[in-house]
Design a protein around this ligand. Structure first.
Ligand code: NAD
Length: 405
């Protein structure tokens, strides 16, 4: 019995650990396949993207799976052949499977906006965070070399298009880093302009009104300019064009306007809603019940609301747990369990010092959510490998820095 887990994000890592716990000592061959040799804490990457030093950004897979029966395979999944029961890595290597857990995550959705893909940066991985940091540094250094303030401005302007949680967390963090960046490049902090463009009338559409107001106020106090109710219409090299025809010159354009499932998913499975795989209540693919699809790549439905669950880490972890449990149940002839989505809440920061939390009926804005978010990261690492892993990560300082840079 060969069980392959594709992707070592929040969903895949949880699934592989639980498969090991349930089936590891029973002669089942479990492996996890990932393009990088580490598990990225993508909930943290907006901080280094803005230039902040962060304690733990990634955890080596060999540390997570040390002492388990899970084999770690490094490679990029380039095809899934359901009929042949094969996974293809890097277009050449073939792995057979009996059960498959697909946890290949998401990527930016560009909505066919002209020039957007070619002329923008996105924040989806550690490497992309490093690209943003380096790019901003390079542009500010060019700005500093120009004598005329009008010539400097486009180089010192950062546009963040899309003010969902990704855009807001990044804008807040970048605003706080402004004095550091300005000092490094010999600029005045106010010269570095951060402009957030949002299509909806408010930032964080769909959130609680009081939290939206507090986050809006905080971004403005930190010096972020907000252009609301104005979609981005096109992007050119060095400028964005808004729906109302306004053109803003900027050498750094970051797209945080939404995500879609990994493109490989729509090549291999029935999909809906931005390429997410249609799954049944047990998280099995509707195309093949021996394949479980979880995390951002899956269109898991919240049975209470009838709506797709949001592509977030907390749902990914829940789905990883359930997929492992259902594979165990299948192999033991036990009944499968249906997915019951639990949304514990939202925790996000607006810069170093303030954040928002909406957990059940509790709504908070201020310092406390930042502390809770940081504690949550440590709690998560503990959940992967207990104090042994936590100490190892702290020992190495967790700075798996841009492995491919
Ligand atoms: P999102 O889809 O949640 O937000 C995208 C934003 O971009 C929306 O506000 C949308 O109105 C805006 N937008 C879309 N098209 C636009 C256009 N043409 N011009 C301007 N604005 C446009 O995407 P996200 O923020 O990347 O989040 C993705 C998922 O990850 C969500 O489920 C989110 O909850 C989750 N997430 C969670 C956290 C956290 O819990 N702290 C942090 C980041 C992301």
């Amino acid at each position: 019995m060969k069980i392959r887990v594709l992707g070592a994000g929040f969903a895949g890592v949880r699934a592989a650990l639980d498969l090991d716990r349930l089936l590891g000592r029973q002669g089942v061959d479990i492996s996890i396949i990932n393009k990088d040799p580490y598990h990225e804490l993508t909930t943290e990457i907006y901080r280094p993207a803005a230039g902040r030093d962060v304690r733990v950004l990634a955890v080596p897979l060999e540390d997570i799976f040390a002492g388990t029966s899970v084999a770690v395979v490094q490679g990029t999944v380039t095809d899934i052949r359901l009929r042949e029961r094969q996974v293809v890595l890097d277009r050449q290597r073939i792995l057979k499977f009996d059960r498959l857990v697909v946890a290949l995550g998401s990527e930016p959705e560009y909505f066919s906006i002209p020039g957007l893909r070619e002329n923008s940066l996105t924040l989806k991985s550690l490497n992309s965070a490093e690209n943003i940091r380096r790019h901003i540094d390079a542009m500010l250094s060019q700005a500093a070399a120009l004598a005329n303030p009008a010539d400097r401005q486009p180089f010192a302007t950062v546009i963040i298009a899309g003010a969902g949680l990704t855009g807001v967390e990044l804008a807040g963090e970048l605003a706080d880093q402004r004095p550091v960046l300005a000092r490094r490049h010999g600029l005045v902090p106010e010269e570095i302009r951060i402009i957030t463009v949002e299509a909806a009338p408010d930032i964080l559409p769909g959130f609680d009104d009081a939290l939206i107001e507090a986050a809006t106020d905080m971004l403005m106090r930190k010096g972020v300019s907000l252009i609301l109710g104005t979609p981005l219409r096109a992007v050119e090299p060095g400028a964005v064009v808004l729906e109302d025809g306004t053109r803003i010159a900027a050498r750094t354009i970051i797209w945080s306007g939404g995500v879609r499932a990994n493109r490989l998913i729509e090549k291999c499975f029935t999909t809906r809603n931005r390429g997410r795989a249609v799954v049944n209540e047990y998280l099995q693919s509707v195309d093949d019940p021996t394949v479980y699809i979880i995390g951002d790549a899956a269109l898991a439905i919240n049975t209470r609301t009838g709506q797709p669950v949001a592509p977030t880490a907390q749902h990914a972890v829940q789905q990883g747990r359930l997929a492992a449990r259902n594979i165990w149940a299948e192999l033991k002839g036990r009944p499968l369990r249906a997915y019951r989505a639990r949304t514990i809440g939202v925790l996000a920061t607006v810069g170093h010092d303030v954040g928002l939390a909406h957990i059940g009926p509790i709504k908070l804005f201020g310092r406390f959510p930042v502390v809770v978010k940081d504690l949550n990261t440590w709690r998560y690492i503990l959940s992967l490998g207990g104090t042994r892993l936590l100490l190892k990560v702290l020992w190495r300082n967790g700075r798996l820095r841009w492995a491919r840079a």
